[in-house]
Design a binder for this molecule. Sequence first.
Ligand code: FAD
Length: 483
Amino acid sequence: MIDDAAVSAGSGREGLRVEAPTNGVVEPRPISYWLDSLGPLPRRPPLGGDCQVDVAIVGAGFTGLWTAYELQRRQPSLSIAILDSEVAGFGASGRNGSWCVPELNAGLELLTARFGKEQTLALQRALSETVEEVGRTLKAEGVDAAFDRAGVLLLARGAYQVPLLREHLRSYQAAGLPDEYTWLEGSEARDRLDVAGVAAALYTPNGATLDPGRAVRGLAEAVERRGATIYEDTRAVRVRPGQPVVVDTDRGRVTAGVVVLALEAYLSQLRGYHRRVLPLYSLITITEPLTEDRLAAINWTDRMCVASMRLTVDYLARTREGRILVGGRGAPYDYGSRISSAREHHAATHAGLRRTFDEWFPALKGTRFTHSWGGVLAMPRDWIPQIGFDKSSGVGYAYGYTGHGVATSNLAGRTLADLITDRVTDLTRLPLVSHRSPSWEPEPLRWLGVRFVQRGMTRLDQQGERTGRPLQGGALVRRLSSH
Ligand SMILES: Cc1cc2nc3c(=O)[nH]c(=O)nc-3n(C[C@H](O)[C@H](O)[C@H](O)COP(=O)(O)OP(=O)(O)OC[C@H]3O[C@@H](n4cnc5c(N)ncnc54)[C@H](O)[C@@H]3O)c2cc1C
C-alpha cells in the first residue's frame, strides 16, 4: 500500500516518483495512480543545446499537447518543440480526477455577469462540444484512454446543500439552458447512486470520465508521430518576448516565431508571471478495484462523475476496473505561491477523503485504498480562464482552468491553434480569448486572503453538516473568493 507517510518538502524536481521516508526506509511514491498504472515511463532526452523552431511550447500537459496537435492539423509543416521540466503528463494532466466535463469553476452566473448571456451561451455550447471532441480525437489517434460518457450527478448531501443545488439549476435556467440538468428527489437520487444522507440530486448526461494518464501520454506520442519533438527534463527559466521570441532553459536556448505558455499552476513559478494565477492543491485517493457486486450494492453501475455541493469540494469517479476515486480540496495555500510535493501528500486531507468515502458508502466500509496523491491547479483572481495570443510579442497562453481543465484544455488548444495560424473562427470569438484577470495581490495580503477564504469555506461546511441549516455567509465567502 502506498499511502500517507510524511514526505519532506521537495523542489518540484523530484522526477517521476516522490521519495517518501517510511520507517526510516526511503520508498518511491508514484506521482499518481494513473501514471503508476502505466509502469515505468521512459524519459525522453532533454534539449541538447540551442535550437530554432517555428513554435516552442512550454509544458507538456494537455494544454501544450492539444495546442501542438491542433497546430499540426492546421499547418503540418510547422516545426514544433515542446519543453517539459519533468516528463509529459507530470503536472495536473497526469494526476487529475478524470472528469471530462463542459463546465468551468466560474459558474454561469459569474460568466453571464462578465460576458453577457449570448457570449456565455456560445462558450457553454463550445465546451459541450469539446467533451465529444476529446473522446473522438483520442479514439482517432488510437489512444485507449477509457473514455466513457455517463454524465454527471451532483448531490445535495444533507438539507443544507439543497439550496446550493437549486442555485446551480437556476443558473442554467437563467442562462437559457433549462434542460441541461434533471432534478431528482432523494429516492430517485439514491436509485442513481446510493449515497448516505442524500436529500436531492441533479443529473446531466453531458460529461465523461477518462484515464488522464493514458490520455496525456498517448497524446504525447500522437504529436511526436506528426513530427513534434518533446524535450523532457528541460526547464524554461525565462521567456523573452519579441520577434523572434526566446526561451532560456537550463539546457539551452530556444528561438522561435511563437512561444506558447502551457504551464497552468506552474506559470506562477515563472519569472514575470508570478501573480497571474494562484497554485491551489487538490488531493485524491483511490480504492482497490471493487467487484461488480459491491458496486451494484451502491447502484454504481456506470461511470458517472459524482460530486456533492460542499464548498470545499468533494468529487468522485469510477475507473473501468471498478476503483472509486475520491478527490477534494483542503491542503492549505503556501505562502508566496510555493509549490512543493509535501503539500501534495497532506495527510489530514487524505484522511478526510477516506472518511468521506466511509460516510458516503457505509456498505463499503473496510475498502482498501491503494494510492493517494495530489497536484496543483491554477486559480486566476476572477476564476475565469484565459486564452490568448499576442502577435507582436509572439507569446500565446492558456491557463486558469481552476480544476476544470481536462475538457477546457482541448478547447484552448484548438483556439490557440486558430489564433496562431491567423484564423478568425467561432472559437477565436469566444469570451475567454484575450480576457484578462486581475493579478493576485502581493504577499502577505495574498496569503492572508486565501487562508481566510479556505478556513471560511471549511467552517461553513462544518456548520452546515452540524446544524443541517442552509449556509449563512456562503454568499460572502463566494464573493470574496471570486473577485
Ligand atoms: C488533483 C487534481 C485533480 C483535478 N481534477 C480534474 C478533473 O477531474 N477534471 C478536470 O477537468 N480538471 C481537473 N483538474 C485540472 C486539470 O487537470 C488541469 O486543468 C489540466 O490538466 C491542466 O493542463 P495543463 O497542460 O495546462 O497543465 P499541466 O498538466 O499542469 O502541465 C504543465 C506542465 O508544465 C511542466 N512545467 C512546469 N514548469 C515548467 C518549466 N519551467 N519549464 C518547462 N516545463 C514546466 C510540468 O512538468 C507539467 O508537465 C485537476 C487538477 C488536479 C491537480
